[in-house]
Design a protein around this ligand. Structure first.
Ligand SMILES: [Zn+2]
Length: 373
């Protein structure tokens, strides 16, 4: 019965049970039960670093990895840290679209053959929801920029557009990637307000309830604060003893910059210095990028690294960041047959929003066929 249940979508049972173990004063029953959901036929492959997830049902297994990551947090067993890291590498290198999304018809297909998987049933929304959890853990453990970049890419392209703008509460199941397809005209299309009970309604509604998640990560010892997303928000940063305000100017086509302003309200009586680590995203470029503190320039590191500023912050301080929004292309892996011979399918990224473009060697002019997401 137990093994039969593991063949179904058991969700994040191991994740939940490891968390339960951590709050029930380490009752060993909960640990044993959690282990029973660490699906060995899947985690075993990842443990021996086999790039062999093709054919597995994506959203059954991503939560098992999230649970394995929790096992590492609870037990300190480094194998489960390596499993999460290797899994993220495999999904990113072999099974992800430029949107950061993964899966076709709910499954993983042949590695690095994504171009032939473009259809209306790509990127089950739940898979993006769960991959965000995987990358969040990895960023917390490593502070590596690649995981922060991934988080922003997947959130922007795979979460923000899954709720219908004209009908709040209506969600989507799959995010079509096929040329000329649209969310409204895909196989499943949009759901309904009251009669759709796909798993993606649960994760979708939850996703919009936690848009404030994973903007800030703190280091308590230093104290330091990593700002990995530029979203207008305020943070009551207790260990830094500051109320921090982040304001992001709306993006408009006439202004090719992302502009961020940080202001501060130190708590009464505080005199400690603290460090802000501001993400300089990989998608920008150094030319035209500026950072200032009270109108004085700060030296900026290369895209893909953090700008660290240590200071005793005062209420008169103003930190600004201006980073160019650039246009770049990412070629999808594999070859796309169907429209033109020898066609390559490109994803063009403006800021983070993915626009899809087809080019063909028989057609030197680039032909824009598709919708933005
Ligand atoms: Zn789902």
């Amino acid at each position: 019965m137990h093994y039969l249940s593991l063949n179904e979508e058991t969700g994040g049972m191991n994740d939940v049970l490891y968390k339960l173990f951590s709050i029930t004063e380490a009752d060993p029953k909960h640990l044993v039960l959690a282990h029973l959901f660490d699906k060995p036929c899947f985690l075993g492959l990842l443990a021996v670093q086999a790039d062999d997830i093709s054919g597995f049902h994506a959203n059954t297994h991503i939560p098992v990895v999230v649970g394995a990551q929790m096992r590492y947090e609870i037990t300190d067993d480094p194998l489960y840290k390596e499993i999460g890291t290797f899994f993220m590498d495999v999904v990113n290198s072999s099974h992800s679209y430029a949107t950061g999304g993964t899966s076709v018809g709910e499954f993983w297909s042949d590695p690095k053959r994504l171009a032939s998987t473009l259809q209306t049933e790509n990127e089950e929304s739940c898979t993006t929801y769960n991959m965000l959890k995987v990358s969040r853990h990895l960023f917390r453990w490593t502070k590596e920029m690649a995981y922060a970049d991934y988080y922003e890419r997947a959130l922007t392209n795979g979460v923000l557009g899954i709720q219908r703008g004209t009908e709040p509460g209506v969600m989507i199941y799959m995010l079509p990637q096929y040329p000329g397809s649209s969310k409204a005209k895909s196989n499943h299309g949009w759901g309904t307000l009251y009669d759709s009970f796909w798993c993606c309604y649960g994760t979708g509604i939850e996703s919009f309830s936690k848009l404030g998640d994973s903007i800030y990560f703190e280091e308590r010892e230093a104290p330091g604060l990593y700002i990995i997303q530029y979203i207008s928000s305020s943070l009551d940063w207790k260990s830094g003893q500051i109320l921090l305000h982040q304001k992001v100017d709306p993006i408009v086509s006439s202004d090719p910059y992302l502009r961020v302003t940080l202001t501060f309200s130190p708590k009464k009586g505080t005199s400690q210095a603290s460090t802000l680590h501001l993400r300089i995203p990989i998608w920008t470029n150094s030319e035209g990028a500026t950072a200032t503190i009270n109108s004085q320039s700060l030296p900026l590191p290369a895209p893909g690294s953090f700008l660290s500023v240590n200071r005793k912050w005062s209420s008169s301080d103003k930190l600004t960041l201006q980073i160019p929004i650039s246009l770049r292309t990412e070629a999808i892996k594999g070859t796309f047959f169907g429209f033109l011979l020898l066609m390559q399918y490109f994803m063009v990224l403006t800021y983070l929003l993915v626009i899809q473009v087809v080019t063909g060697t028989s057609n030197p002019g680039r032909e824009i066929l598709f919708q933005t997401q």
